[in-house]
Design a protein around this ligand. Structure first.
Ligand SMILES: *[C@@H]1O[C@H](CO)[C@@H](O)[C@H](O)[C@H]1NC(C)=O
Ligand SMILES: *[C@@H]1O[C@H](CO)[C@@H](O)[C@H](O)[C@H]1NC(C)=O
Ligand SMILES: *[C@@H]1O[C@H](CO)[C@@H](O)[C@H](O)[C@H]1NC(C)=O
Ligand SMILES: *[C@@H]1O[C@H](CO)[C@@H](O)[C@H](O)[C@H]1NC(C)=O
Ligand SMILES: *[C@@H]1O[C@H](CO)[C@@H](O)[C@H](O)[C@H]1NC(C)=O
Ligand SMILES: *[C@@H]1O[C@H](CO)[C@@H](O)[C@H](O)[C@H]1NC(C)=O
Ligand SMILES: *[C@@H]1O[C@H](CO)[C@@H](O)[C@H](O)[C@H]1NC(C)=O
Ligand SMILES: *[C@@H]1O[C@H](CO)[C@@H](O)[C@H](O)[C@H]1NC(C)=O
Ligand SMILES: *[C@@H]1O[C@H](CO)[C@@H](O)[C@H](O)[C@H]1NC(C)=O
Ligand SMILES: *[C@@H]1O[C@H](CO)[C@@H](O)[C@H](O)[C@H]1NC(C)=O
Length: 879
C-alpha cells in the first residue's frame, strides 16, 4: 500500500515538474485519445518530450486504438481520437498571441474501427482551411505549419467532408524564436526540411530546440564533408548542431550543387531558408564563395560560409517557380577555390488564412450565454460565424468583408428548454438585431438592458414565465418589435409600472462649478498661450453654455447603506485624526490628515466653507458618492457636516500618488513600464466605471497624475471624483495659479471652447496622464503642451527618444508604441475621434500582454541572450 502510494507520489511529482518545464518551453504535446485512465503524461522515447492526453483540450470525440500497424508507427500513434458526431470538432489551445508557432498534427488510421474504411476530411485553423487529409492514399500523414495566432486561444478543427469519420493521432505546438520565419503575409506550410548527411536518421528534439523534424538526405553526385568539432548554431533559426556538422558538396568541384522539386500547384509561393556553416579547415590560399540561383535567377548576395558558425540565407519575399518546377542551384564564383556547400535547407509554401475570426467580445458573450443556460450543442464549436457553412445553429452573423471580424446579429434560442432569467451576457452582443427567446421557461423580469441595445429591433419573449413590467427603456425604444404574449405574470398596463426614480441632482453642481472653472482656466490659458498663433486665441470665446452630464438610470439594484454610520461628528473627526496630528498633504480644498477609524487608516479632508451650496446639496452629493464602489476608485468612508466643519473621510492609500513616483520625488521609487501600464489600466477601469457603470454616470473632470493614488501593492485608485471641484470655487485656494495651470494642461480643449462637458473630456485628460507616464515630461513647459512636443518627436519615429529615459529602454517597444498611439488618440482635439474608456481598456490590456511576454521571454532566454549574435549571422536574400 505504502509503496504504491510512494510510486504515485513520484509520478505526480514528476508530472508536475515536467508540466512546469513544458510550460517554460511553451511546448504543447498531445497524444490524442490517450485514455482518461492514463492521466499522467509519459516521456516519449525518441524525443524525451512528455506527452499528455488531449482530454482537457477538447470536449467531444471518442478515443480509439489502432489494430494494424504495418509501418511500425511509434507508441505515440497507437491511440487516436475520432469524431463520429458533428461536422466540426475543435481543439482549443492556449497560446501566446502574436508569437510564431510550429503547429504539427498527425493522423494514423490503422483500421482502429475494424472497418477498413480509410477516412478523408479537412483540417482547419480557426475559420480557415489548413489542409485536406486523405488517408486513402497513405497509412499515416503529418501536417505542419508555422503560424502566428491572432488571439490567445487557438482552435484546431477537424471537419467532416463526406461519409468518413475524421480522426487525429497527435497535436504538437512549438513556440518559435522571435524574429524568425517572418512573411509578408500568410503562414508557412512545410514543404520539406532536410539536412545533408548519409546517416539516414531524422533529427528532432532535443537536437533541435524547437523540435523541427529534419530528414537526412543525400545524392549520388555529392560528397559528404563532416566535422566532429562544435558548430555554433546561434542565430534566430537555431538549426540543430548535428545538422550543421555535415554538409554536401558537389563531387565534380566545378559543377553547381543542385536541388530540384516540383509542385502540383504552379502558383505555390515559396520561402526558402538555407543554413550554411564552413566545416572544412581552409588553408590561407583557399576560399569558398558561391551564389544561390532559383530557376536561374540570382537569389542572394554571394555566400561565404563562416567557420564553425551559422549563416542562414532566406528570402525576404515569396518566390514562385515557373510551371511548378523548381531548381535551386549553388554556383561557385570565379573567386572561389572550393565548391559550394549546403548543410541544411527548409522549404515552405505560403498558406493564406484570409478569414478573420468572429469579434472576440461576441465570442466571449455567446460562450457566456451558452454556459448560463447550460447549452451543449454539438455544432457550437470553433468559430461561431465562419466559415459560413459551419456557423453555429441559432445564430446569424454579419460577415461583409473577410478581413473584418464577423459580428453576431441574430440569436434564436426559441424552444430550447431555457430556464432561469434572461442572460445578462446578451447585452454584450452589441450588434445584435434580432433576439428570439420564445417558448422557453424563462422567469424573472424583462431586463432594462434590452432597451439600451442600440441595434436590437426585434425581440420575441413570448411563451415564457416572465413577470414584472416592461421597462421604460423598452417602451420608449423606437422602431422596436417586441412580442411578450403568453407570459401570464407579466404586467402590460401602465398602472403597475414603478414610478421613475428621482434624478440625483449632480448636473447643476457640476455645471455651475464647471463654468466658473472654465472662466478661470480660459483666462490662465490666455496668459500662457498669448504668444501662440492667433487661431488658438480666436477659439477662446468665453464659453456661455452649461455643461451637461447625461443622467440615465442603469438597471442596478439600490445599494443599501447606513447613512448614520457614515456621518461623523466633529469630535469624532478630532479623535480619529488624533487632533489633526499628521498632515498628509494639501489640496486646492484644504489640508488632508491621517486618521484611524475602527482600526483602519483613513485620509480626512477638511473642507473650506461652502459658499453657494447648502447642506441639502452637499448631502445629495455625498450620498451619491458613498454609493460609488469600485476597486480603482478611492472610496468615501464617510463625512462630517457640523456647523462650519466639513470633512470627507476617505480610505487611506499609503503609497502616495503617481506624480511622485514618476518624478521620483519625496523618496518615491521610479516605477517600471509594466507597472505603469498596469496603473494606467486600473485608472482606466476606474474611469470607465464612472462613465458607464455608475448611476447616474459621472464625469471625473479632474483626471491628473496627482489624483491617481497607489496602495501598498501599487494598485491605482482614482481620487477626487465628483466632489472636490464643488468645493474649490468657494474655497478660495483655487485661484492659486499653480493649481489651475496644473489642471489646465489636462483640460479638454473642446470642452473649454464649447463648454460641453462629457466623458470624452476625461478621455482627453487620461491621454495626457498616459503621455506623462510614457515620457515623464512636464505637461506644460516653455509654453508648449506635452501633446505638441510628443507629436513633433513622433515624426522622427524613434520610440526610445520619446520614452522616459529613466526606464533605461527596458520595455517591449511594441507595447510602448501602442500605448503612445493610444495616448495620442485620447488627446485628439476632436472628442469624436477619441476612443471610449472601454476601448482604452482593451488597448491597454494588449499593451500589457506584449510587455508581459517580453518579461517572460527575457527570463527564459537570459542565458542564451549572452551569446546570440543578432543580424550579423544572417544574410537576407535580395528581393
Ligand atoms: C478556449 O479556452 C480558453 C481558456 O482555456 C477559454 O477562455 C475560451 O473560452 C475557450 N474558447 C472556446 C471557443 O472554447
Ligand atoms: C500501408 O502500409 C502497408 C505496408 O507498408 C502497405 O502495403 C499499404 O499499401 C499501405 N496502405 C496505404 C493506404 O498506403
Ligand atoms: C521580436 O524581436 C524584434 C526585434 O528583433 C522586436 O522588435 C519585437 O518587439 C520582438 N517581439 C516580441 C513579441 O518580443
Ligand atoms: C564538371 O562540371 C563542369 C561544369 O558543369 C562540366 O563542364 C564538366 O564536364 C564536369 N566534369 C565531369 C567529369 O563531369
Ligand atoms: C594552396 O597552397 C598549398 C600549399 O600551401 C598548395 O599545395 C595548394 O595547391 C594551393 N592551392 C591553391 C588553390 O592555390
Ligand atoms: C568573374 O566573373 C565575372 C562575371 O561573372 C567577371 O566580370 C569577372 O571579371 C570575373 N573575375 C575574374 C577574376 O575572373
Ligand atoms: C475589406 O476591407 C479591407 C480593409 O479594411 C479593404 O482594403 C478591402 O477593400 C475590403 N474588401 C471589400 C470587398 O470590401
Ligand atoms: C434549469 O433546469 C435544469 C435541468 O432541467 C436544472 O438543473 C436547473 O436547476 C434549472 N435552473 C433554474 C434556474 O431553474
Ligand atoms: C460584458 O462585457 C464586459 C466587458 O467586456 C464584462 O466585464 C462583463 O462581465 C460582460 N458581461 C457579461 C454578463 O458577460
Ligand atoms: C417550467 O419551470 C417550472 C418551475 O421550475 C416547472 O414547474 C415547469 O414544468 C417548467 N415548464 C417547462 C415547459 O419546462
Amino acid at each position: 500500500m505504502e509503496s504504491s502510494l510512494g510510486i504515485l507520489l513520484v509520478l505526480v511529482t514528476m508530472a508536475i515538474i515536467h508540466i512546469v518545464e513544458a510550460e517554460d518551453q511553451g511546448f504543447i504535446s498531445l497524444d490524442c485519445g490517450l485514455p482518461a485512465y492514463e492521466p499522467f503524461p509519459y516521456k516519449e522515447t525518441r524525443t524525451g518530450l512528455w506527452f499528455f492526453s488531449d482530454e482537457n483540450s477538447i470536449q467531444t470525440g471518442k478515443t480509439g486504438r489502432i489494430r494494424e500497424n504495418p509501418e511500425g508507427f511509434a507508441k505515440l500513434y497507437e491511440t487516436l481520437r475520432y469524431f463520429p458526431e458533428g461536422i466540426r470538432n475543435c481543439y482549443n489551445l492556449s497560446v501566446e498571441k502574436g508569437r510564431t508557432y510550429l503547429i504539427r498534427a498527425s493522423f494514423v488510421y490503422g483500421n482502429y474501427d475494424g472497418l477498413n474504411n480509410n477516412p478523408k476530411f479537412d483540417l482547419y485553423v480557426g475559420p480557415n482551411l489548413w489542409a485536406n487529409i486523405n488517408l486513402q492514399l497513405v497509412n499515416g500523414t503529418r501536417e505542419e505549419i508555422l503560424h502566428i495566432p491572432t488571439s490567445t486561444s487557438l482552435q484546431i478543427c477537424l471537419v467532416k467532408t463526406g461519409e468518413t469519420t475524421p480522426l487525429i493521432s497527435t497535436l504538437e505546438l512549438r513556440p518559435m524564436g522571435n524574429g524568425s520565419y517572418i512573411t509578408d503575409s500568410g503562414s508557412l506550410k512545410l514543404f520539406f526540411r532536410r539536412y545533408y548527411s548519409k546517416s539516414g536518421s531524422n533529427l528532432r528534439y532535443s537536437n533541435d530546440v524547437y523540435d523541427r523534424i529534419w530528414k537526412s538526405d543525400f545524392k549520388m553526385e555529392w560528397t559528404q564533408i563532416s566535422t566532429a568539432l562544435k558548430v555554433s548554431n546561434s542565430n534566430h533559426y537555431v538549426p540543430p548542431e548535428d545538422a550543421l556538422r555535415n554538409a554536401a558538396t558537389p563531387t565534380n568541384t566545378s559543377a553547381p550543387l543542385t536541388i530540384e522539386w516540383s509542385s502540383e500547384n504552379p502558383d505555390d509561393q515559396y520561402y526558402l531558408y538555407e543554413h550554411f556553416s564552413e566545416i572544412q579547415d581552409l588553408q590561407a590560399n583557399e576560399t569558398r564563395e558561391f551564389n544561390i540561383f532559383l530557376n536561374g535567377e540570382v537569389f542572394a548576395d554571394p555566400i561565404i560560409p563562416k567557420k564553425l558558425e551559422t549563416i542562414t540565407s532566406f528570402s525576404v519575399s515569396p518566390r514562385t517557380c515557373d510551371k511548378g518546377e523548381c531548381s535551386l542551384q549553388l554556383v561557385r564564383t570565379n573567386k572561389s577555390t572550393l565548391p559550394p556547400l549546403l548543410n541544411a535547407i527548409e522549404v515552405y509554401t505560403v498558406i493564406q488564412f484570409p478569414q478573420s475570426e468572429t469579434d472576440e467580445n461576441d465570442v466571449i458573450a455567446i460562450k457566456n450565454i451558452e454556459s448560463t443556460y447550460g447549452l451543449s450543442r454539438i455544432n457550437w464549436q470553433g468559430d461561431p460565424c465562419v466559415p459560413q457553412q459551419l456557423k453555429w445553429d441559432a445564430l446569424n452573423c454579419r460577415n461583409t468583408n473577410m478581413s473584418k471580424p464577423p459580428r453576431i446579429t441574430s440569436l434564436n434560442l426559441s424552444s430550447s428548454g431555457l430556464n432561469g432569467t434572461i442572460a445578462l451576457g446578451i447585452q454584450n452582443l452589441t450588434q445584435l438585431e434580432k433576439l428570439d427567446l420564445s417558448n422557453n421557461n424563462l422567469t424573472g423580469g424583462v431586463p432594462e438592458f434590452l432597451g439600451n441595445m442600440n441595434s436590437l429591433s426585434v425581440i420575441n419573449l413570448s411563451g415564457n414565465n416572465l413577470n414584472g413590467s416592461i421597462p421604460q427603456a423598452l417602451q420608449n425604444k423606437r422602431g422596436l418589435a417586441l412580442s411578450v404574449e403568453g407570459n401570464p405574470n407579466l404586467c402590460l398596463s401602465d398602472s403597475c409600472r414603478k414610478p421613475p426614480k428621482k434624478k440625483v441632482l449632480l448636473v447643476p453642481i457640476v455645471a455651475s462649478v464647471a463654468s466658473a472653472a472654465i472662466v478661470i482656466a480660459v483666462l490662465v490659458l490666455f496668459l500662457v498661450l498669448r504668444k501662440k498663433k492667433s487661431t488658438a486665441v480666436e477659439g477662446l470665446h468665453l464659453p456661455p453654455r452649461m455643461a451637461t452630464v447625461n443622467a440615465t438610470f442603469a438597471n442596478s439594484p439600490e445599494p443599501s447603506f447606513d447613512q448614520k454610520s457614515r456621518r461623523f461628528t466633529y469630535s469624532e473627526v478630532i479623535k480619529m485624526t488624533n487632533n489633526f496630528q499628521r498632515v498628509l498633504g494639501k489640496g486646492g480644498f484644504g489640508f488632508v490628515y491621517h486618521g484611524t477609524v475602527n482600526g483602519s487608516q483613513v485620509a480626512v479632508k477638511l473642507l473650506s466653507h461652502l459658499s453657494t451650496q447648502g447642506y441639502k446639496q452637499f448631502k445629495a452629493e455625498v450620498d451619491l458618492l458613498l454609493r460609488v464602489h469600485h476597486t480603482n476608485l478611492v472610496s468615501l468612508v464617510g463625512y462630517c457636516y457640523e456647523g462650519d466643519h466639513l470633512a470627507l473621510v476617505y480610505e487611506f492609500l499609503p503609497n502616495g500618488n503617481l506624480k511622485q513616483h514618476l518624478s521620483g520625488k519625496g523618496g518615491k521609487s521610479i516605477i517600471n513600464w509594466g507597472v505603469r501600464l498596469r496603473i494606467a489600466l486600473q485608472t482606466a477601469l476606474g474611469l470607465e466605471y464612472l462613465h458607464i457603470g455608475c448611476t447616474p454616470p459621472m464625469v471625473h473632470r479632474d483626471v491628473k497624475t496627482p489624483n491617481i493614488l497607489l496602495d501598498e501593492h501599487f494598485k491605482a485608485k482614482l481620487a477626487d471624483f465628483g466632489l472636490s471641484k464643488s468645493f474649490q470655487v468657494g474655497g478660495g485656494e483655487a485661484h492659486e495659479s499653480t493649481v489651475i495651470a496644473g489642471t489646465l494642461g489636462y483640460l479638454d480643449p473642446e470642452y473649454y471652447n464649447s463648454g460641453r462637458l462629457g466623458e470624452k473630456s476625461d478621455v482627453y485628460s487620461f491621454g495626457v496622464v498616459l503621455l506623462e507616464m510614457i515620457t515623464n515630461q512636464p505637461v506644460i513647459s516653455e509654453k508648449s503642451h506635452i501633446t505638441e512636443r510628443v507629436g513633433n518627436k513622433l515624426d522622427r519615429g524613434d520610440i526610445h527618444e520619446i520614452m522616459d529615459p529613466n526606464l533605461c529602454r527596458v520595455y517591449d517597444s511594441n507595447s510602448a508604441w501602442r500605448a503612445l498611439e493610444l495616448a495620442m488618440s485620447c488627446t485628439d482635439p476632436y472628442s469624436a475621434n477619441r476612443p471610449t474608456m472601454s476601448h482604452v481598456i482593451i488597448e491597454l490590456k494588449e499593451c500589457l500582454v506584449c510587455e508581459n511576454s517580453r518579461i517572460s521571454k527575457d527570463r527564459g532566454l537570459e542565458s542564451q541572450e549572452m551569446t546570440i549574435n543578432l543580424d550579423t549571422s544572417e544574410v537576407p536574400g535580395a528581393r
